[in-house]
Each structure stands twice: as structure tokens, then as C-alpha cells.
Design a protein around this ligand. Structure first.
Ligand code: SF4
Length: 403
């Protein structure tokens, strides 16, 4: 059953809080903020460690709850900073347990408040959070719903980390108040165990903020997500791939979707700039690549477009020498799109060919179809609803004027 748990009225114009947030800052960044408000230099390391534990290991949102911090310091922090979460505009729970949040972030500069989606997918033994990096996207992949939404802006590190914090809040995935103050929180057995940067946007076009956020997510004294459980997915921004490996060190996923340049030019237009050969060369040289740290290639199955046995054989040939896993994704159609999902038999035949060549080729089970879980769909729905509300309001006002 689809259960919308929380909805908020259409956007009141929210703006960035007067007080700066400490969320999304590195330890050095927090230290600099503490120094700015006059915390003694010799205390800064200790205070930063306390804050880090409360913010990220415990998920506390109120300085008043930081019990090992003196009362005076708590009120100083309270008057200078905020730990506010993003606003949840809508939360939906699919019959298969998939959860989807539409979150709103305040206006920045001259901009407007923006909305993005975050999806949580529970599986046996793990739970994956699909995190957005941009509002909309500059790339126009023809099968992707987000590709129909213009880029509005990059998300900040605070907004990227905020999505993880909201998910842990809503899932009850932070330790409760009985956990002793300052105690380490085990990273095993958490509901959010994996992160994929595979929501709205191209993460490598927002490199600095994504890097900052993922370094916070993987910090062992905070959110504690192992880098092996964080996957950065790119449509193929070749020049940034080595930096992602060296500076972030997460797992890498490539949205491949086609094995010929003429077809990939249509499906993933960025291919015109960075064709398949260049992309795969960058993958071969990805820092830390090994059989234990394979690259995932995402391949959406589009009926009669990219799903023939010849395509599967070409895929095997192209990936030769790259420790890889191929995720076959049954296409999840959205209103107005011209593609269809491949038949199940076709997908299985494709998978068998790839599998016989020695590559794992799981077929991703479609999740959350009842809540439009393909990325970008909830945001569009919300925008359509707002347009309907606006029209209704205009009609009402016109009626008033007639009377
Ligand atoms: S698939 Fe990714 S890169 Fe392509 S349009 Fe969609 S969000 Fe952007």
C-alpha cells in the first residue's frame, strides 16, 4: 500500500536560516567556526570531537541535548549555529518498504527554495540510500526523468549530508538516549548501510561538495559508512574520474547503457564529449581497482534499443580486463517517455551471456513502482500538484472578481 506519511503545504518562501549550520563542515571547518565565536584555541579539538559525535554518531539536532558539553557552551553554540534538518515536503512508503522523501532546501542568494528526492531501498541484510547531488541536471539522458528537469543549482555539502541525516532520523537509525554519552556507535547492523550517489544530478559536476559530504559520511567516528559501501555513479565525466578515486576513494558506478557510440550519443548525450573508449580507459585506470573493488556498470534495459544478444556480447568484449559487475535495470517508464522495458526473457538472455563470460550480472528488481520511485518523478508530481493548486486558486479569485 502506498502510504503518504507526511505532506506539507505548498512552498512558503523559506530562506536560509540566519544562523550558519555546522552540518556539512569538515572538522577543520567546525574548528574555524568555533574559533570565530571565541572558543578558546586549546578547547577547539575537544569541542569539535564532541560536536562531531553528537551530530553524526548520535544524530542530535538540539545543542541542549549535548550532555557532556557545559551548559554555558551549549547556549553559546545554540545562539551561534543551527543543526536544522531539511524540510520534508512528502514522505511515501511503498508496499515493498521502499521509502521516498521529497525534501525542500531554503533559497540561497537570489534563488528560490528547491526540492530534491531521496530514496531508501531496504533489502535483506542491507539498506541503500539513493542520494541526490544536484537540483535537476544539465545532462539530458533520454531515458531519465530527471534529465527533463533543468539544472537549478548544485546541492551544498550540508544539503547532501542532510539527506542521510533525514533518512536515519525517519528510520530510527540513530542510537537512542540510553546509549552512554560519548560511546562509539557500531556501524554494523544499521538500516542505512549503503549509499549510492545515484539520485538527481551528475555528482562529478558538483565535485567539491560531493567530496566533502562523502568524506563526512565515511568518517569512522560519525556516520561511519565504509567507503566500500559508498558508490559514486557518473554518466561518464572522464576528466574527474581519477580525482574521484584519489580524493574520495568510494566505489565507482558508470551509467553505460549502450555499447556503441552512435546509440550512447542518443541515450547519454555526454558520450559525444567523452566517448565509450575514453570512458573505459578511465575505468581501467581507476585508483584502487581490483577484483575486490570492482566497477559497477549500470545498463538500463530498453526494448529493441540496446537489449540484443549482440549487444550483450559487445559489452563483454568492451569490458575485457576491467574488474566489473553489470547491473541490468529493467526500465521503469514514466509518463510521456518513448521507451519501453525489455521483455523479461530478453533480459534473462542478456544476463546469461554476460554471466557466462564471468561477470556478475544481477537483474535489479524494480522497487517502489507504486510510489513512482524512478528518480525525478515525485518532484514532478509535486510541481504538477502545485500548478493545479495555483490554477484552482486563480479560478477561485476570478470567481470572486465576477461576483
Ligand atoms: S541519468 Fe543522471 S546524468 Fe543522466 S539526466 Fe538523469 S540524473 Fe542526469
Amino acid at each position: 500500500m502506498t502510504a503518504p506519511l507526511a505532506t506539507a503545504p505548498a512552498a512558503a518562501r523559506s530562506t536560509v536560516s540566519e544562523k550558519p549550520s555546522l552540518i556539512g563542515l569538515s572538522r577543520e571547518g567546525i574548528g574555524a567556526e568555533l574559533e570565530r565565536i571565541g572558543v578558546e584555541r586549546k578547547q577547539i579539538r575537544m569541542r569539535t570531537a564532541q560536536l562531531w559525535n553528537w551530530m553524526y554518531a548520535r544524530g542530535v539536532t538540539d545543542f541542549a541535548d549535548m550532555l557532556n558539553v557545559s551548559k554555558d557552551m551549549r547556549s553559546t553554540l545554540e545562539s551561534a549555529f543551527t543543526l536544522k534538518r531539511p524540510e520534508i515536503v512528502a514522505e511515501q512508503v511503498s508496499e515493498d518498504g521502499t521509502r521516498k522523501w521529497l525534501m525542500r532546501f531554503p533559497a540561497r542568494g537570489a534563488g528560490r527554495p528547491v526540492e530534491i528526492e531521496t530514496v531508501y531501498i531496504p533489502e535483506i541484510g542491507r539498506g541503500t540510500l539513493c542520494v541526490s547531488s544536484q537540483v535537476g541536471c544539465t545532462l539530458t539522458c533520454s531515458f531519465c526523468h530527471t534529465g527533463t528537469q533543468k539544472l537549478v543549482r548544485n546541492l551544498t555539502a550540508e544539503e547532501i549530508v542532510g539527506q542521510i541525516l533525514v533518512a536515519r532520523d525517519r528510520l530510527g537509525d540513530f542510537p537512542d538516549a540510553t546509549t552512554p554519552v560519548g560511546a562509539a556507535v557500531p556501524s554494523e547492523g544499521r538500516l542505512v548501510s549503503n549509499i549510492v550517489m545515484m539520485g538527481m544530478g551528475e555528482p562529478l559536476y558538483n565535485f567539491d561538495n560531493v567530496k566533502e559530504a562523502l568524506l563526512i559520511a565515511s568518517d569512522g567516528e560519525g556516520l561511519s559508512l565504509s567507503k566500500r559501501r559508498i558508490t559514486l555513479s557518473t554518466s561518464g565525466v572522464v576528466p574527474m574520474i581519477p580525482r574521484a578515486g584519489e580524493e574520495i576513494g568510494s566505489m565507482l558506478a558508470i551509467s553505460l547503457h549502450a555499447v556503441r557510440d552512435d546509440l550512447r550519443d542518443l541515450l547519454v548525450p555526454l558520450n559525444k564529449k567523452y566517448p565509450i573508449k575514453e570512458l573505459l580507459d578511465a575505468c581501467r585506470n581507476y585508483p584502487g581497482l581490483s577484483n575486490a573493488r570492482r566497477i559497477t556498470f549500470e545498463y538500463v534495459m530498453l526494448k529493441d534499443v540496446n537489449d540484443s544478444p549482440a549487444d550483450a556480447r559487445e559489452l563483454v568484449r568492451l569490458l575485457k580486463g576491467i574488474p566489473a559487475k553489470i547491473n541490468l535495470i529493467p526500465f521503469n517508464p514514466w509518463p510521456g517517455v518513448n521507451y519501453q522495458c525489455s521483455d523479461w526473457e530478453t533480459i534473462e538472455t542478456f544476463s546469461d551471456i554476460v554471466n557466462r563470460a564471468g561477470y556478475a550480472s544481477p537483474i535489479r528488481t524494480p522497487r517502489g513502482r507504486d510510489i513512482l520511485a524512478a528518480c525525478g518523478q515525485l518532484k514532478s508530481e509535486s510541481e504538477r500538484m502545485r500548478a493545479r493548486e495555483r490554477l484552482a486558486l486563480e479560478a477561485m479569485m476570478a470567481g470572486d472578481a465576477d461576483e
